[in-house]
Design a protein around this ligand. Structure first.
Ligand SMILES: Nc1ncnc2c1ncn2[C@@H]1O[C@H](COP(=O)(O)OP(=O)(O)OP(=O)(O)O)[C@@H](O)[C@H]1O
Length: 271
């Protein structure tokens, strides 16, 4: 892009024209940790049944923004969020929102696999049980098996469901955490660098799984790997110093970004 044009391009991103495809709509979202302004006036639409990747240099606010979607930031005393994040039509920051229910609708998978110190079966059964989703043991068994199957783990663990989840390999533990998230039938799954602790083979399995899961779920993934963002996502959002610089189709972000900061990041000039 010529220099003159470049300078006219300001940070920001067009919102989606087809409102029916929007699962999450963030408007003028700001996040503060005490005096630190970590997320600055973010407006972003996240499309239903797609994978949206958040990329950007370390400390730019990817995880902070991700965690604000299901109010995980509520657990940090000094953290304050302003603006609105609508999940379908309801603002997740509305006073009437039950945060436990919200986190059932918007599940989360973390950087480091974190199975409970319980059996493989109990790891997956926990959520449906506390949310009262199953009336009988048979029903619970079905949900547990179905979730393990959808997480691509059932074949590897079906003969040792009573063994500790922590005894599985790292990649299997992460798929167990995904099965645990799926078991409560969420609408959205947030993934915060889900492969950063995994080897390339385990990473490839999770990436394949993410691609399958988008048929039924809306997925948002934070990743440090631009190759991963390019492989798994349909849309990519680039953050810089707490600002959303641009969000568009992944192919466009990686081949023809609008903003020179995005260009600089994807070509490795900074970050
Ligand atoms: N609990 C916290 N208390 C105070 N400041 C925080 C806290 N968590 C994050 N921050 C600050 O907010 C900013 C954004 O951090 P965040 O972890 O969201 O960035 P990130 O893009 O996910 O970084 P990384 O890629 O390194 O994980 C950083 O300046 C960080 O130091």
């Amino acid at each position: 892009m010529p220099e003159a044009m470049e300078s006219q391009v300001t940070a920001g991103t067009p919102l989606l024209s087809d409102a029916s495809a929007v699962k999450i709509a963030a408007r003028d979202v700001n996040v503060f940790y005490g005096d630190k302004h970590a997320i600055k006036g973010v407006n972003l639409d996240i499309k239903q049944n797609e994978v949206t990747a958040f990329i950007g240099p370390s400390g730019c606010g990817k995880s902070t923004f991700l965690r604000s979607i299901n109010r995980m930031n509520d657990t940090i005393d000094i953290c304050r969020v302003t603006g609105t994040i609508a999940l379908d039509s309801g603002n997740v920051y509305d006073r009437s929102i039950d945060v436990v229910q919200l986190r059932a609708r918007v599940g989360m998978v973390f950087q480091k696999p974190n199975p409970f110190p319980k059996s493989i079966y109990e790891n997956v059964a926990y959520g449906p049980r506390i949310h009262g989703l199953c009336r009988h043991k048979d029903e619970l068994d079905e949900v547990v098996m179905g979730s393990l199957e959808r997480a691509g783990l059932l074949n590897e663990v079906k003969d040792r469901l009573d063994q500790p989840g922590t005894g599985l390999s790292g990649g299997q533990q992460q798929r167990l955490c995904i099965a645990r998230a799926i078991a409560v039938n969420p609408e959205v799954i947030l993934m915060d660098e889900p492969c950063s602790a995994l080897d390339p083979i385990a990473t490839a399995k999770i990436e394949e799984l993410i691609d399958e899961l988008r048929e039924n779920f809306t997925i948002v993934i934070v990743t440090h790997s631009m190759q991963q963002a390019a492989r798994v996502s349909q849309r990519t959002a680039f953050f810089h110093l707490g600002t959303l610089i641009e969000c568009s189709d992944t192919e466009q972000v990686f081949t023809n970004p609008i903003h020179k900061l995005t260009q600089g990041y994807i070509t490795g000039r900074f970050g």
